[in-house]
Design a protein around this ligand. Structure first.
Ligand SMILES: C[S@@+](CC[C@H](N)C(=O)[O-])C[C@H]1O[C@@H](n2cnc3c(N)ncnc32)[C@H](O)[C@@H]1O
Length: 222
Protein backbone atom coordinates (compact mmCIF):
# COMPACT_ATOMS: atom_id res chain seq x y z
CA UNK A 1 0.00 0.00 0.00
CA UNK A 2 1.28 3.49 -0.83
CA UNK A 3 2.20 5.80 2.07
CA UNK A 4 -0.72 8.10 1.16
CA UNK A 5 -3.20 5.22 1.34
CA UNK A 6 -1.84 4.13 4.72
CA UNK A 7 -2.33 7.67 6.06
CA UNK A 8 -5.86 7.77 4.66
CA UNK A 9 -6.72 4.42 6.29
CA UNK A 10 -5.21 5.59 9.57
CA UNK A 11 -7.29 8.79 9.62
CA UNK A 12 -10.43 6.92 8.48
CA UNK A 13 -10.15 4.69 11.53
CA UNK A 14 -9.23 7.62 13.78
CA UNK A 15 -12.17 9.78 12.66
CA UNK A 16 -14.48 8.60 15.48
CA UNK A 17 -11.98 9.20 18.30
CA UNK A 18 -10.28 12.28 16.85
CA UNK A 19 -12.59 14.89 18.35
CA UNK A 20 -12.46 13.59 21.91
CA UNK A 21 -8.66 13.46 21.68
CA UNK A 22 -8.35 16.99 20.26
CA UNK A 23 -11.14 18.81 22.07
CA UNK A 24 -9.28 18.30 25.38
CA UNK A 25 -12.46 18.22 27.44
CA UNK A 26 -11.36 15.46 29.82
CA UNK A 27 -8.69 15.89 32.47
CA UNK A 28 -6.87 12.91 30.95
CA UNK A 29 -6.73 14.54 27.47
CA UNK A 30 -5.46 17.78 29.04
CA UNK A 31 -2.76 15.86 30.90
CA UNK A 32 -1.64 14.03 27.76
CA UNK A 33 -1.55 17.34 25.88
CA UNK A 34 0.57 18.94 28.59
CA UNK A 35 2.88 15.93 28.71
CA UNK A 36 3.39 15.68 24.94
CA UNK A 37 3.15 19.32 23.87
CA UNK A 38 3.93 21.27 27.03
CA UNK A 39 0.67 23.27 26.98
CA UNK A 40 -2.76 22.33 28.40
CA UNK A 41 -5.06 23.51 25.62
CA UNK A 42 -5.25 24.33 21.93
CA UNK A 43 -5.19 28.13 22.37
CA UNK A 44 -2.85 28.32 19.35
CA UNK A 45 -5.82 27.29 17.15
CA UNK A 46 -7.77 30.37 18.24
CA UNK A 47 -4.78 32.53 17.51
CA UNK A 48 -4.49 31.16 13.99
CA UNK A 49 -8.22 31.48 13.38
CA UNK A 50 -8.28 35.17 14.24
CA UNK A 51 -7.45 35.28 10.52
CA UNK A 52 -9.16 35.70 8.10
CA UNK A 53 -11.22 38.59 9.50
CA UNK A 54 -14.97 38.37 10.16
CA UNK A 55 -16.75 39.64 7.11
CA UNK A 56 -14.30 37.90 4.75
CA UNK A 57 -16.22 37.18 1.57
CA UNK A 58 -13.64 35.67 -0.80
CA UNK A 59 -12.74 32.07 -1.71
CA UNK A 60 -11.14 30.01 1.04
CA UNK A 61 -9.63 26.54 0.77
CA UNK A 62 -9.34 24.56 4.02
CA UNK A 63 -6.87 21.70 3.57
CA UNK A 64 -6.95 19.36 5.43
CA UNK A 65 -10.32 20.06 7.05
CA UNK A 66 -10.19 16.91 9.20
CA UNK A 67 -13.40 16.78 11.27
CA UNK A 68 -13.76 20.59 11.24
CA UNK A 69 -13.37 20.63 15.01
CA UNK A 70 -11.48 23.93 15.10
CA UNK A 71 -12.87 25.61 12.00
CA UNK A 72 -16.64 25.10 12.47
CA UNK A 73 -17.05 28.06 14.85
CA UNK A 74 -14.99 30.27 12.56
CA UNK A 75 -17.02 29.40 9.48
CA UNK A 76 -20.24 30.32 11.28
CA UNK A 77 -18.80 33.84 11.42
CA UNK A 78 -18.02 33.88 7.67
CA UNK A 79 -21.48 33.50 6.06
CA UNK A 80 -20.42 35.34 2.89
CA UNK A 81 -17.24 33.39 2.22
CA UNK A 82 -17.08 30.71 -0.46
CA UNK A 83 -15.42 27.81 1.39
CA UNK A 84 -14.03 24.56 0.02
CA UNK A 85 -12.92 21.84 2.43
CA UNK A 86 -10.62 19.12 1.20
CA UNK A 87 -9.22 16.05 2.93
CA UNK A 88 -7.75 12.73 1.85
CA UNK A 89 -9.86 10.78 4.37
CA UNK A 90 -13.57 10.18 3.65
CA UNK A 91 -14.09 9.37 7.33
CA UNK A 92 -12.77 12.75 8.48
CA UNK A 93 -14.68 14.58 5.72
CA UNK A 94 -17.91 12.81 6.73
CA UNK A 95 -17.53 14.05 10.31
CA UNK A 96 -16.82 17.61 9.13
CA UNK A 97 -19.83 17.59 6.85
CA UNK A 98 -22.13 16.37 9.69
CA UNK A 99 -20.70 18.97 12.06
CA UNK A 100 -21.11 21.90 9.63
CA UNK A 101 -24.65 20.81 8.67
CA UNK A 102 -25.62 20.59 12.36
CA UNK A 103 -24.34 24.16 12.80
CA UNK A 104 -26.37 25.40 9.84
CA UNK A 105 -23.30 26.29 7.76
CA UNK A 106 -24.37 26.18 4.12
CA UNK A 107 -21.55 27.98 2.29
CA UNK A 108 -19.09 25.04 2.40
CA UNK A 109 -18.33 22.40 -0.22
CA UNK A 110 -16.50 19.17 0.56
CA UNK A 111 -14.08 17.37 -1.67
CA UNK A 112 -12.00 14.25 -1.16
CA UNK A 113 -8.52 14.79 -2.58
CA UNK A 114 -4.78 15.02 -2.17
CA UNK A 115 -3.09 18.28 -1.15
CA UNK A 116 -0.23 17.23 -3.43
CA UNK A 117 -2.47 17.28 -6.52
CA UNK A 118 -5.16 19.87 -5.86
CA UNK A 119 -8.10 19.74 -8.30
CA UNK A 120 -8.27 23.55 -8.66
CA UNK A 121 -7.17 26.25 -11.11
CA UNK A 122 -4.07 28.39 -10.62
CA UNK A 123 -4.79 31.44 -8.46
CA UNK A 124 -8.31 30.28 -7.56
CA UNK A 125 -8.26 31.11 -3.82
CA UNK A 126 -7.91 34.28 -1.74
CA UNK A 127 -7.00 32.26 1.34
CA UNK A 128 -5.61 28.78 1.93
CA UNK A 129 -5.96 27.61 5.53
CA UNK A 130 -3.93 24.57 6.56
CA UNK A 131 -4.32 23.58 10.23
CA UNK A 132 -2.27 20.72 11.57
CA UNK A 133 -1.77 19.30 8.10
CA UNK A 134 1.90 19.53 7.11
CA UNK A 135 3.02 17.11 9.81
CA UNK A 136 0.63 14.53 8.32
CA UNK A 137 1.24 15.12 4.60
CA UNK A 138 3.59 12.53 3.08
CA UNK A 139 4.86 14.74 0.21
CA UNK A 140 5.42 18.13 1.82
CA UNK A 141 7.15 19.66 -1.22
CA UNK A 142 4.11 18.87 -3.36
CA UNK A 143 1.85 20.42 -0.67
CA UNK A 144 3.91 23.64 -0.56
CA UNK A 145 3.91 23.94 -4.31
CA UNK A 146 0.22 23.13 -4.83
CA UNK A 147 -0.92 25.55 -2.12
CA UNK A 148 1.22 28.26 -3.70
CA UNK A 149 -0.19 27.48 -7.16
CA UNK A 150 -3.88 27.70 -6.18
CA UNK A 151 -3.43 30.93 -4.19
CA UNK A 152 -3.90 34.19 -6.06
CA UNK A 153 -1.21 36.89 -5.90
CA UNK A 154 -1.54 38.69 -2.61
CA UNK A 155 -3.60 35.77 -1.29
CA UNK A 156 -2.98 34.56 2.24
CA UNK A 157 -1.51 31.24 3.29
CA UNK A 158 -2.51 30.70 6.93
CA UNK A 159 -1.12 27.58 8.60
CA UNK A 160 0.02 25.85 11.75
CA UNK A 161 1.73 22.50 12.25
CA UNK A 162 4.38 20.61 14.20
CA UNK A 163 8.04 21.53 13.72
CA UNK A 164 11.05 19.64 15.03
CA UNK A 165 13.91 20.95 17.16
CA UNK A 166 11.92 23.17 19.53
CA UNK A 167 10.99 20.91 22.47
CA UNK A 168 13.00 17.70 22.98
CA UNK A 169 10.23 15.89 24.86
CA UNK A 170 7.68 16.63 22.12
CA UNK A 171 10.15 15.43 19.45
CA UNK A 172 10.52 12.16 21.38
CA UNK A 173 6.76 11.52 21.51
CA UNK A 174 6.34 12.39 17.83
CA UNK A 175 9.18 10.10 16.74
CA UNK A 176 8.25 7.15 18.97
CA UNK A 177 4.44 7.28 19.00
CA UNK A 178 2.83 9.65 16.49
CA UNK A 179 4.97 8.51 13.54
CA UNK A 180 4.57 4.81 14.28
CA UNK A 181 0.78 5.25 14.61
CA UNK A 182 0.76 6.93 11.18
CA UNK A 183 -0.69 10.19 12.52
CA UNK A 184 2.44 12.18 11.61
CA UNK A 185 4.76 11.58 8.66
CA UNK A 186 8.42 12.67 8.49
CA UNK A 187 10.50 14.48 7.37
CA UNK A 188 9.63 17.40 9.66
CA UNK A 189 10.98 20.92 9.21
CA UNK A 190 12.68 23.17 11.73
CA UNK A 191 11.58 26.71 12.47
CA UNK A 192 14.40 28.14 10.36
CA UNK A 193 13.56 25.92 7.41
CA UNK A 194 9.97 27.20 7.48
CA UNK A 195 11.15 30.81 7.68
CA UNK A 196 13.46 30.28 4.69
CA UNK A 197 10.78 28.51 2.69
CA UNK A 198 8.26 31.29 3.31
CA UNK A 199 10.73 34.07 2.54
CA UNK A 200 11.17 32.77 -1.02
CA UNK A 201 7.55 33.06 -2.13
CA UNK A 202 5.66 34.97 0.54
CA UNK A 203 5.67 38.19 2.47
CA UNK A 204 5.22 37.11 6.08
CA UNK A 205 2.58 39.05 8.02
CA UNK A 206 2.65 37.03 11.24
CA UNK A 207 4.90 34.25 12.50
CA UNK A 208 4.87 32.57 15.92
CA UNK A 209 5.71 29.37 17.72
CA UNK A 210 3.98 27.81 20.72
CA UNK A 211 6.05 24.87 21.95
CA UNK A 212 6.62 22.74 18.86
CA UNK A 213 3.80 24.31 16.83
CA UNK A 214 4.57 26.97 14.25
CA UNK A 215 1.87 29.31 12.99
CA UNK A 216 1.96 31.97 10.31
CA UNK A 217 0.01 34.16 7.95
CA UNK A 218 1.89 34.90 4.74
CA UNK A 219 0.91 36.73 1.54
CA UNK A 220 1.84 35.29 -1.83
CA UNK A 221 4.33 37.58 -3.57
CA UNK A 222 3.44 39.05 -6.93
C1 LIG B 1 -4.05 16.03 12.21
S1 LIG B 1 -5.40 16.06 11.06
C2 LIG B 1 -5.76 17.80 10.99
C3 LIG B 1 -7.19 18.08 10.65
C4 LIG B 1 -7.74 19.46 11.01
N1 LIG B 1 -7.25 20.51 10.16
C5 LIG B 1 -7.50 19.80 12.47
O1 LIG B 1 -6.72 20.72 12.79
O2 LIG B 1 -8.10 19.12 13.34
C6 LIG B 1 -4.54 15.74 9.58
C7 LIG B 1 -5.46 15.52 8.38
O3 LIG B 1 -4.65 15.48 7.19
C8 LIG B 1 -5.30 14.65 6.26
N2 LIG B 1 -4.33 14.28 5.20
C9 LIG B 1 -3.24 13.51 5.32
N3 LIG B 1 -2.60 13.42 4.13
C10 LIG B 1 -3.31 14.19 3.26
C11 LIG B 1 -3.16 14.50 1.87
N4 LIG B 1 -2.15 14.02 1.15
N5 LIG B 1 -4.07 15.32 1.29
C12 LIG B 1 -5.12 15.82 2.01
N6 LIG B 1 -5.31 15.55 3.32
C13 LIG B 1 -4.42 14.74 3.94
C14 LIG B 1 -5.77 13.49 7.13
O4 LIG B 1 -6.77 12.72 6.50
C15 LIG B 1 -6.26 14.21 8.38
O5 LIG B 1 -7.64 14.51 8.30
Amino acid sequence: MQKKEQIREQYNSLSNGYDSMLSLQSMWAKLVCKLVWGFPDAAYAGRLLSRPPSGFSGKLLDVPVGTGLFTCGKYKSLPNADITCLDYSDGMLGKASERFAASGIANVEFQQGDVGALPFEDGEFDVVLSMNGFHAFPDKNAAWSEIHRVLKRGGQFIACFYITGEVKRTDWFIEHIYVSKGWFTPPFSTCNEIKQRLAKDYSVKEFWTVGSIVGFCAEKKG
